[in-house]
Design a protein around this ligand. Structure first.
Ligand code: NAP
Length: 286
């Protein structure tokens, strides 16, 4: 039996072990997928451990997606552009890194919301790792304009400077004020939350990153947060008649792409999604 696992922050409960194991079991593979909580000071040793013959690979999540890059033998071009790796494959002791968040984000947008990003005008809340993957995804998919609004505007400017250097799309980082939101959203057809605001079990539960009055019914509002299924932002959006998409489909699709990287097999996404939804329903029922 070979091992897979998710390398993340101790104390943060990842859904990946549940839905990845459900996929493994559905295909009858001789694999076990585990949680590998890892504090920053133990990351190097954890990554060294991935070179063992009985380890097939790993997922990497907050807060290690950037820090893991220099510890790998090779990192693909997309991960370099995003500046983050979320999937590691062990091939005979050599570790290669890739990023499946970009694919997961776009697949959910197209398949679950029937939204084609080519030519779209997008507004992104937040400028961290997830926002970097989302901006790269939207640029590659042909978005016409992208505004990144973050409480630390310098981080948004740095993000656009890093990933948007050769872009033909119009890019802006206008700062987190009501006027900036009004102006950015006035012509937008897609709004994506890439901050953790609204996550259940945190001090920001029930908070939305977006002033409610700027949401327009013509927009698709996409929240990367998946706990709870309906965040404050999605509630606001639904109330004003906008279409909504939560973060769970992206989570499942990035996991499905990782699964394919490790096993070469198409992941049973319906099985994965049902397993993840089962956990979330249980948590919300508590
Ligand atoms: P990150 O790198 O820590 O970035 C978080 C961003 O949100 C930063 O711009 C940060 O601003 C901002 N932020 C944090 N707290 C805030 C607050 N109270 N008010 C306003 N802005 C705030 O995190 P990440 O990796 O990008 O992840 C962001 C969220 O996306 C998380 O909830 C994560 O679970 C979710 N996510 C979901 C998926 C999925 O598959 N559905 C995939 C990836 C990430 P500062 O720079 O000023 O701190």
């Amino acid at each position: 039996m070979k091992h897979l696992g998710v390398i993340g922050e101790p104390g943060k409960k990842s859904l990946s072990p549940v839905f990845q194991q459900a996929a493994i079991d559905a295909l009858g593979l001789d694999l076990v997928y585990e949680a590998w909580p890892t504090p920053p000071e133990a990351l190097r040793a954890r990554v060294t451990g991935l070179r063992a013959p009985d380890v097939l690979g790993a997922n990497v999540t907050i807060p290690h997606k950037e820090a893991v890059i220099p510890l790998l033998d090779e990192v693909d071009a997309l991960s370099r552009r995003v500046g983050a790796v979320n999937t590691i494959l062990n091939r005979g002791g050599r570790l290669s890194g890739s990023n499946t968040d970009v694919e997961g984000f776009l697949r959910a947008l197209r398949e679950d919301a029937a939204f084609e990003p080519a030519g779209c005008r997008a507004v992104i809340a937040g400028a961290g790792g997830a926002a970097r993957a989302v901006v790269v995804a939207l640029l590659d998919a042909g978005a016409t304009s992208i505004s990144v609004i973050a409480r630390t505007p310098a981080r948004a400017e740095r993000l656009l400077g890093d990933v948007g250097r050769d872009a033909t799309a119009s890019l802006s980082a206008p700062g987190d004020s009501l006027d900036a939101w009004r102006e950015a959203v006035a012509s937008a057809d897609l709004l994506v939350n890439c901050t953790p605001l609204g996550t259940s079990g945190t001090a920001d539960e029930g908070r939305s990153p977006v002033p409610a009055e700027v949401i327009r019914p013509e927009m698709l509002v996409y929240d990367l947060v998946y706990r709870p299924a309906e965040t404050a932002l999605l509630r606001q959006a639904r109330a004003c008649g906008a279409r909504t998409l939560g973060g769970l489909p992206m989570l499942v699709y990035q996991g499905a792409a990782s699964f394919k990287t490790w096993t070469g097999r198409d992941a049973p996404v319906a099985v994965m999604r049902a397993a993840a939804e089962g956990v979330l329903r249980g948590e919300e029922g508590r």
